[in-house]
Design a protein around this ligand. Structure first.
Ligand code: HEC
Length: 165
């Protein structure tokens, strides 16, 4: 008798959880990429060598540009919310599609940040590299990419690579 009752509660909890999951699906993330202006794009402007371009596109552009490729699970909440948040915040902090809008100072600062974030292993975000094998760069690749970013700095900032900002 008591066991039957417990089973009943368990089933009710499952139904409730399922209902919550279904309701969550109504809140979808916006998967429309803003229009791309090639003249403002970081890669178009800096013309990196092919191997560097490939690394930037596969390890950074999904979150830091308007050329995001959304995976199938971007349709499933709550994973989609985490993903949408990464993209929104990523673009806010650094948007390679709007590179030409940055002042020289700001661009230099972002380049330096790129070098640091890669060297420290903070970028690309680990939850991203688990799901995107081609973004999981080897330590040699990371070193090469970080150095390349640093080399793009212009004017007085060039070479001041280990200064604190
Ligand atoms: C899965 C999404 C994602 C990927 C992929 C990704 N980033 Fe980020 N990035 C973010 C988010 C979110 C932030 C802001 C929050 C933070 O700093 O953790 C950020 C912040 C940054 C910042 C700090 C910008 C600032 O000035 O505050 C830099 C620099 C950066 N990323 C560089 C890169 C580079 C370079 C790559 C590729 C090697 C990359 N990111 C890949 C999501 C991502």
């Amino acid at each position: 008798m008591a066991q039957g009752k417990r089973k009943g509660i368990f089933r009710k909890i499952l139904i409730l959880l399922f209902a919550v999951f279904v309701i969550m699906q109504f809140s979808r993330i916006d998967m429309v990429n803003p229009k791309i202006e090639p003249a403002k794009d970081f890669i178009a402007l800096t013309k990196p060598p092919a191997d560097i371009e490939k690394m930037i596109r596969s390890a950074c552009y999904d979150c830091h540009s308007h050329e995001t490729n959304y995976p199938w699970y971007a349709n499933i909440a709550p994973v989609s919310w985490i993903l949408g948040n990464h993209i929104e915040e990523g673009r806010e902090h650094l948007n390679f599609s709007l590179w030409a809008n940055y002042s020289e100072d700001k661009a230099n600062h972002k380049l330096h940040e790129c070098e640091e974030e890669i060297e420290e292993g903070k970028m690309p975000i680990s939850s991203y590299t688990w799901t995107h094998g081609d973004a999981d760069l080897s330590s040699e690749q990371k070193e090469k990419l970080a150095e390349w970013f640093e080399d793009q700095m212009t004017g007085e900032d060039k070479g001041h690579d280990h200064e604190e900002h």
